[in-house]
Design a binder for this molecule. Structure first.
Ligand code: FBP
Length: 545
């Protein structure tokens, strides 16, 4: 049984750029180099470094022999993943109806464990324009060891697969690049293509305008924030502390702020640049609360990016040392109870970092000492920053009240929006963008490419004018410290403080505290006027205009 909306939505035909609508020709552009550490990246990726950019234009197609393709969904869910697979499926079938698509189950682990299913037309048709990754499931297994690559090769050979498409974020596409290089170096003839996924919006650069899912996730959170703001403005008695997903980057919080005009929004990248302490951030919020209380307004909304804690410089330094400690002694630490762990960590840290560690509430201290995800990231979605901040604001206001500097009522409510938006039914933007990405991936494969990521650009214009192609993944790489070692990774895009989205926010934020300027964006619309149905995010529009 499927819902009526899902039934109607299945009939939506995603729009494709002109270059992908009929016969498709691949045009090669300039040779590329990595964004930094060129010599190191070149030495690590001798077979996939320096390849040219690819653009698809209408024209004579390469003759396509029968081929089988494998697809993997990797990492956190993002709206539109199913449409990447649908676009890939439709395009390979158009190239040759005998072509077959195999999905590996529950992420990259499915390739290693030989866990797969063939994706046939009847399965694909049930997932067109739907949210979620449940068609084959997702996972966070890190592909990095030779034995995993060789184990994967066995099933690739068994299924006669020509190419693997890895749909993932920066870490997963880094893995795609490593896998592509390995298979190329061994001359196995297996191609690997990546696709830019993540709601976090931090996989973007000169070639990738946005990662898919960011649009739908932000619109979903903005609907919820708008609803809360209406409620808040109706009863005028609560401060809502709303934490938003996004890992390290504050793109989601910033986009929701541009869409909803909350009372306040903290941007982690600014906190770092201004070298603010946790106490400084608390003081900023408490000052806003006090300013509004003076007008008799004991209500408001505060947006908090989930990665904030990592950007407070003292805590960032602490995390860097903890990461090295966990990488070196993780196994030993696993056997310790909370108190033993705290004591042992304190004995190992430098005195400055030990001080920062001890100043944190016990819960946060424990969270920072826990296992990293398979890619070495702190699991920031598990840290209750919204509660930590509101407790500290309440304590500060109590002191100010005693000093006669504050006279108001502060009642805080807490929310965390993340999982609510990662599987939402894709907006028209994400439905179209993802379908075009999947179609591009198919043509990169047909043209014999490996180590490329499928891209679609010019997406603030009507879909007809979008430009599809491919970018060598090595072009986006630099060397960074991970799990205690220097590693080649795709550079993460954080919020740029001299970029238009942040500047637009900064120019208005004082007014949002002084007045109540809430906007209520409402739910995503799938049918109706293009001004409400087909608009990209404010971030993308401001960046590209
Ligand atoms: P990706 O980087 O894999 O796209 O995941 C994004 C994300 O939703 C983050 O915003 C969040 O911090 C994290 O996943 C949560 O991870 P998990 O799904 O393992 O709980």
């Amino acid at each position: 049984m499927i819902s009526t909306l899902q039934k109607m939505r299945a009939t939506y035909q995603p729009k494709l750029p002109k270059g992908l609508q009929g016969m498709v020709k691949a045009e090669e552009g300039e040779k590329t180099q990595s964004v930094d550490n060129q010599e190191e990246i070149k030495a690590l990726f001798p077979n996939t470094y320096g390849m040219p950019l690819i653009q698809f234009v209408p024209g004579g197609e390469v003759a396509s022999k029968q081929m089988n393709v494998g697809v993997i969904l990797s990492g956190g869910q993002a709206p539109g993943g199913h449409n990447v697979i649908c676009g890939l499926f439709d395009a390979i079938k158009k190239l040759n109806p005998e072509n077959r698509l195999f999905g590996f189950i529950l992420g990259p682990g499915g390739l290693v464990d030989h866990n797969y299913k063939e994706l046939t037309a009847d399965i694909i048709n049930d997932y067109r324009n739907t949210g979620g990754f449940d068609i084959i499931g997702s996972g966070r297994t890190k592909l990095e060891k030779e034995e995993q690559f060789e184990k994967g090769l066995q099933i690739i050979r068994q299924l006669d697969i020509k190419a693997i498409v890895i749909i993932g974020g920066d870490d997963s596409n880094t893995n795609a690049c490593v896998l592509a290089e390995y298979y190329a170096a061994k001359k196995y003839g297996v191609q690997v293509i990546g696709c830019p996924k993540t709601i976090d919006g931090d996989l973007k650069n000169a070639q990738i305008e946005t990662s898919f899912g960011f649009d739908t996730a932000c619109k979903t959170y903005s609907e919820l924030i708008g609803n809360i703001q209406r409620d808040c403005n109706s009863s005028r008695k609560y401060w809502h502390f709303i934490k938003l997903m996004g890992r390290s980057a504050s793109h989601i919080a910033l986009e929701c702020a541009l869409q909803c005009q909350p009372t306040m929004c903290i941007i982690s990248e600014e906190v770092e640049q201004k070298d603010l302490s946790l106490n400084d951030v608390v003081e900023q919020i408490a000052t806003a609360v006090a300013r509004r209380a003076a007008k008799g307004w004991n209500f408001g909304t505060v947006l908090i990016p989930e990665g904030l804690i990592e950007f407070i410089p003292a805590i960032k330094r602490l995390i860097a040392e903890l990461n090295d400690l966990l990488a070196a002694q993780g196994e030993k630490l696993k056997g310790l109870d909370d108190e033993e762990l705290r004591k042992y960590i304190l004995s190992q840290l430098s005195s400055e970092n030990a001080k920062a560690y001890e100043s944190l509430p016990v819960g946060v201290m424990r969270q920072l000492s826990l296992d990293r995800d398979p890619h070495g990231n702190v699991q920031v979605s598990l840290i209750e920053t919204e509660k930590l901040l509101s407790d500290m604001v309440a304590a500060k206001l109590a002191v100010w009240a005693k000093e006669g500097k504050y006279n108001g009522k502060f009642t805080a409510l807490h929310h965390f929006f993340g999982y609510e938006g990662r599987c939402a039914a894709p907006s028209n933007y994400d439905a179209d963008y993802c379908y075009a990405l999947g179609t591009s991936a198919a043509h990169l494969i047909a043209n014999g490419k490996t180590g490329y990521m499928a891209i679609v650009k010019n997406t603030i214009k009507p879909a007809d004018e979008w430009i599809a192609g491919g970018v060598p993944i090595t072009m986006m790489m630099n060397m960074e410290r991970r799990n205690g070692e220097q590693k080649p990774v795709i550079r993460k895009a954080l919020v740029e403080l001299d970029g238009k989205p942040f500047k637009t926010f900064a120019a208005n934020r004082d007014k949002w505290i002084e007045e109540t300027s809430f906007l209520y964006p409402g739910p995503i619309q799938y049918w109706g006027p293009t001004e409400v149905c087909d608009q990209p995010t404010k971030t993308l529009t401001l960046e590209q205009e």
